[in-house]
Design a protein. Structure first.
Lengths: 278, 265
């Protein structure tokens, strides 16, 4: 259980998003800015994929350090890619980079070099659109993730353990997801157990939380359930979380409540990090 | 100064030769990564750099840094880095223009990386010779974890700037093309100086080799004996086979590797 395997083109790993697209995702998330849950999770996945792609981008193209699937669940359970990747399951990152459903132009504040900020237009790729329809077959969807990860490990037994990121409002309609979640976390590469992280988007209010080590401040049974089925952060990931300003302990889990989850991309080592002198 | 310098390098497993992102340069006459040191040479400058995996054009930036140091004389490393930083915007514009002309415009996923800039470590060493060419002084400066080892009388005499095998990680200090506050270069530059004599060996290397060297030395071995063999045989294939073997046995991290061995006769 070392979580030290290199992530490279010769030894890639997989990343599986599991996204709740049920009717309840039409509701609003709690917090100061009212947003549809479906929009929040779609933005979160597009942001993580964007960061993952930038991390692996080099002059000659995007390197296939990761193969990525997006499984949606609501009216049905299956691939949730929009555009040219629709229907695909695990897709090499270079293909993902080359096939966003569309590129949107967004404004970004950047330093002007004189202590201020200026607006800059950047192209932002979209692979997943917000969807909210039907029931919440969470167990079935996690079961599909389990199958994908298991098949991946058959072909890549030495890989860095696969990461499953589950994004939901937490109200399963096909039973307790705990057993299948435990099945995912018991899948093994020679380097360690697969990692299951959960992002809970909720209208229940309460304080946002990122990588907590206890469920005591979480607002309801859904968030506590999702906390309980989130992997403990491996040691090196806790160190990266600390570098990003989060406090951690032995019990810190890969769970986020109503907050940004894109920082997990920084938990993945592909080589020398591009950190600036400060 | 009498002797010679030889460079051995190899890319990470799974990468092509073109994707090698370390760089090295020796400020002397030579070809095919071998440089003869003659008694006309009073100064010798050698540099190695390691481009960061996570940034764009980092291999090119590593090359610009080492060349900026070895073509100049008597200038401290930070002055050479400043010159490289001044030259970089022009290089970047030429790169973008070249991509346009080649019909391969910058893709969306390259824009933020090019905006963010390139990153690399830098180790720079200057040797000076006494008139007899048989002894002299050296000064090394570094940002990051590329390392220098001096072996004298079959003993490790100096090592710089990292002190042990456990000090290597994936976040070394890096020279960044976008550094706004250039005083930071001074803050992060470390230096060490010493003397050399006829018979001494100097090894400049990037982090995977340096971590291997420390691990071997900490376990009581004399890792320089293997590296000297590459120097005396001059066979780069031997080096590459050895690197492959050490990687396979997990004694060495799979990373680009660069070794410049300066041997004073």
């Amino acid at each position: 259980m070392t979580y030290t395997a290199e992530i490279s083109r010769a030894n890639p790993t997989c990343f599986v998003f599991v996204v709740d697209q049920s009717g309840s995702m039409n509701d609003q998330i709690g917090g100061e800015v009212a947003q549809r849950k479906a929009q929040v999770v779609a933005d979160a996945i597009n942001r993580v994929l964007y960061e993952l792609t930038l991390k692996c981008a080099k002059e000659e193209g995007v390197r296939d350090y990761f193969h990525v699937a997006i499984i949606g669940y609501g009216l049905s359970v299956g691939s949730a890619y929009a555009g040219a990747l629709a229907g695909r399951e695990l897709v090499p990152l270079s293909e993902i980079a080359g096939s966003p459903a569309r590129l949107e132009e967004r404004n970004k504040k950047t330093p002007d070099g004189a202590g201020g900020l200026v607006d800059q237009t950047v192209r932002f790729p979209v692979w997943l659109d917000p969807v909210a329809n039907g029931g919440t077959p969470m167990s079935q969807a996690l079961g599909k993730a389990e199958r994908l990860v298991s098949e991946w490990l058959d072909g890549h037994p030495s890989c860095f353990p696969p990461v499953v990121l589950h994004l939901t409002d937490g109200e399963s309609t096909d039973g307790d997801p705990s057993p299948v979640a435990q099945n995912i976390m018991s899948l093994l590469s020679v380097d360690g157990n697969a990692l299951l992280f959960n992002l809970h988007v909720s209208g229940a209010g309460g304080k946002a939380a990122t990588f907590p080590d206890s469920d005591s401040a979480l607002p309801d049974q859904f968030s506590r359930l999702l906390f309980s089925i989130s992997s403990l952060l491996p040691v090196h990931m806790k160190a990266y979380a600390q570098q990003q300003g989060f406090s951690t302990s032995e019990g810190t889990r890969g769970f986020v409540y109503n907050a940004d989850v894109s920082s997990i991309v920084q938990f993945l080592d592909i080589g020398t990090r591009a950190s600036d002198l400060r | 100064m009498y002797g010679n310098a030889i460079a051995c390098w190899w890319q990470k497993d799974g990468s092509s030769e073109l994707e090698y992102e370390d760089a090295f340069a020796v400020g002397a006459d030579g070809e095919n990564d071998v440089w003869e040191l003659t008694n006309q040479l009073r100064f010798l400058r050698v540099a190695v750099a390691d481009g960061a995996t996570e940034s764009m054009l980092s291999g090119k930036w590593a090359q610009v840094l080492v060349q900026s140091y070895t073509v100049s004389r008597r200038r401290r490393m930070r002055t050479c880095v400043n010159r490289a930083l001044d030259r970089w915007p022009r290089f970047l514009q030429e790169y973008k223009d070249g991509r346009e002309e080649a019909g391969k415009p910058i893709a969306w996923y390259e824009e933020p990386g090019l905006e963010r800039g390139a990153h690399a470590t830098l180790l720079a060493v200057e040797f000076q010779s006494a008139p007899d060419g048989l002894s002299g002084t050296w000064i090394a400066e570094a940002i990051g974890d590329s390392c220098l080892f001096q072996v004298s009388d079959n003993k490790l005499k100096s090592s710089f700037p990292v002190g042990s095998s456990v000090e290597f990680d994936t976040s070394p200090a890096l020279v960044h093309t976008g550094v706004h506050d250039r005083r930071l270069l001074e803050k992060y530059t470390t230096s060490l100086s010493g003397n050399w004599s006829s018979g001494d060996s100097f090894f400049l290397c990037t982090d995977a080799l340096a971590a291997w060297f420390y691990a071997q030395h900490e376990s009581g071995a004399e890792p320089w004996t293997i590296w000297r063999e590459f120097h005396s045989s001059g066979d780069r294939e031997d080096f590459r086979e050895w690197v492959a073997s050490e990687r396979h046995s997990s004694r060495m991290k799979n990373d680009d590797v660069t070794l410049v061995n300066v041997q004073f006769d």
